[in-house]
Unconditional design. Sequence first.
Length: 221
Amino acid sequence: MEETKNDRISPREFRAAEGVSDWRVVFDGARAHFATGSFEKGAALVFAIAELSDAAGHHPDVELQYATVAVRLISHDIGDISHRDLALARRISIAADELGIVADPSRVQTVQIAVDALDIPAVMPFWEAVLGYRQEGGEDVVDPLGHGPNVWFQQMDVPRPQRNRIHIDVSVPRDEAERRVAAAVAAGGKIVNDAYAPAYWTLADLEGNEVDVAAWRDDSD
């Protein structure tokens, strides 16, 4: 329906809303991770989500594993989260609570691979082909099955020899970011750049391979 096309909601508004304490906004939408404890209980939650989604005419991505159910909400018609996602998130949380299922927001994350490129249109088809992905917009290739990490192409202005051209981005909630950084440092890593913290930190392992721990999406307008 046309009236749904402009119902975008900011991450800040989503986070401040009532009834969504189970949910966190990361790179690719609003996510929740429910600890079900059993496959049977997880299946019951998935069934409840299916009924709620059909009734709303708005459908999330749901992953059922033995003791967990992971849910991602995003409105594909606008490429972002919307008030439709907020409403469905609330209903899903109520259904989980009625089943005695508790969410674990600390498990929420999205991982993407970032490739620095001088000529993005020239290199993107290679990654699309070798991974079996599809292009989405002018900067990403994505797994059509929704299993693998997104690959994002970052524009370079000049070559940067002797520096990593590919790194990992880990999008986590703001309340998880500092713990994740501290754990990585304790495991032998080092902070390469914290000038933009708490929006994101750049860390590296002992051999200089870099990763960004990014929380900016969960705190943006």
